[in-house]
Design a protein around this ligand. Structure first.
Ligand code: BTN
Length: 325
């Protein structure tokens, strides 16, 4: 009985050795396993993020192998002071990194810890939506414990989106935009989302988990049909494969910088960054918020990171978040 994990690796090695089609028959001959076993290993590799095409009579073609996530490499690229400095927990597969982080937050995990994963089975999005975690992407949650009133929490979503925006612009040279409150778009398609969950005590933040998903080395065909045309990735927009360990370090560094500005009461710098990156201020917009449907002009962020909107009938509303059209 062959050792299945090493046979799977051998299948990957055979495919990686050729930048071409390799027949199932050839793999089964070389490794002394059945064709059905070859197909089983190929499927297991796909679950791990390998992009392998299969065509009858031609065989298999390894298009993209995932670059393994390595917390040591990520840490080596950090120049942050808080985020990523404590525990860096790597989970190859999980329900949701936010869920994991929330459980640990309640158990007392220290500020700055990061939980990363390659595969979420029940990724969470904003407003109770689910989040599809595409293969070979960034998917992580950061635990923070700012001594703030709860009203200030929207800044964390803004800081997360700004950190991703800067990463996309600086690492890939792509024209990104922040779509209030938490999306990062490239060429009008969503590349990233941010979800903040928090535990409060007497109106103050006890813990906050900031979960971020960024689509990196995913091809357009790998997104589910219902997302087609609405989402994109760095690979799709940049036309090349990116080093995820480097991107993780860069993103944690960016986030740390914005977070420390907030801790120092210098939100005006983040606000300036956001104004430029969102291009929203002064624009007419429609928002579905907890207040209902709102139509008005975006006037900017207030001291707590809430969006000030002036409606056509002259009312001034402060929105924490919403769906902006
Ligand atoms: C959204 O756009 O609705 C927010 C999506 C946030 C997704 C990230 S992926 C890592 C973290 N874990 C989750 O379950 N969700 C966030």
């Amino acid at each position: 009985m062959p050792d299945t994990s090493s046979t799977k690796d051998q299948v990957a090695n055979l495919l990686a050795a050729k930048n071409d089609w390799v027949s199932g028959e050839k793999i089964s001959d070389v490794l002394g396993i059945s064709r059905a076993a070859v197909a089983k290993h190929v499927n297991a590799l796909r679950r791990e993020g390998f992009l392998i095409d299969a065509v009858s009579k031609r065989g298999y073609f390894l298009k993209i192998a995932p670059d393994p996530i390595d917390p040591k490499k990520i840490k080596a690229g950090l120049r942050s002071k808080i985020i990523g400095r404590g525990e860096c927990i790597w989970l190859p597969e999980t329900s949701s990194t936010n869920q994991e982080a929330v459980v640990r937050a309640v158990d007392g995990l220290a500020e700055g810890a990061v939980i990363l994963s390659d595969r979420q089975l029940t990724g969470r999005g904003r407003r109770g939506r689910s989040w599809f975690s595409p293969p070979r992407s960034l998917c992580f949650s950061v635990l923070l414990r700012p001594a703030w009133p709860a009203a200030r929490l929207p800044w964390l979503m803004i800081a997360g989106a700004a950190a991703v925006h800067r990463l996309v612009v600086e690492s890939a040279g792509l024209p990104a935009a922040i779509k209030w409150p938490n999306d990062v778009l490239v060429n009008g398609r969503k590349m990233a989302g941010v979800l903040v969950e928090a535990g409060l005590s007497a109106g103050e933040v006890d813990w906050a988990v900031v979960g971020i998903g960024v689509n990196i080395n995913t091809t357009a065909e790998e997104f589910p049909e219902d997302l087609a045309g609405r989402v994109t990735s760095l690979l799709v927009e940049g036309g090349r494969v990116f080093d995820r360990n480097k991107l993780y370090a860069g993103l944690l560094n960016n986030f740390d910088e914005f977070y420390r500005l907030l801790l120092a009461g210098r939100e005006n710098i983040l606000n300036d960054y956001w104004r430029e990156a969102s291009g929203l201020v002064g624009r007419e917009m429609k928002i579905i918020a907890s207040e209902g449907r709102v139509k008005g002009r975006a006037m900017g962020l207030n001291k707590d990171g809430h969006l000030l909107v002036t409606t056509a009938d002259g009312r001034e509303l402060l929105l924490e978040s919403g769906d902006c059209q």
